[in-house]
Design a protein around this ligand. Sequence first.
Ligand code: 4NP
Length: 150
Amino acid sequence: MTRILMVCLGNICRSPLAHGILESKLPNDRYYVDSAGTANYHVGSSPDSRSIKVASNQGIDISAQRARQFKVQDFDTFDHIYVMDQSNYSDVIRLARSNDDIAKVKLILEEDQSIIDKRVPDPYYGDSSDFELVFNLLDSACNAITKRLS
Ligand code: 4NP
């Protein structure tokens, strides 16, 4: 089983989308996908309604997900840890205990050569068009991840 963790700040907007999109592309008997936030603001919450909607428009149901905070044991559980932006990267790396831990962490858009700006913009204070942009970036990155893993 290959285990992949998607990480953003709140675990209610970006990483739940990345989680749902990648899960929809990989066979679930061989891949386990999860998501977490570096902050604890929204622990136990459902994804943001705008993320639920943009996913559902593409046939992906993320409504059963619940936010949790990233924890140091996630370095042991997961093979790949994908973060959305540089700030998430710094927050996760701060908890790393070894070079092996550090090597697991990557900006998700680094997987997609066709995307120049490697930051998945935080859509929390934006509108539905910002959520659509995030969905499209993550969908493209998840296609690249799927290709690389299989
Ligand atoms: P996310 O978006 O990191 O993509 O889940 C955010 C959600 C909540 C907050 C910031 C970003 N917040 O400040 O509460």
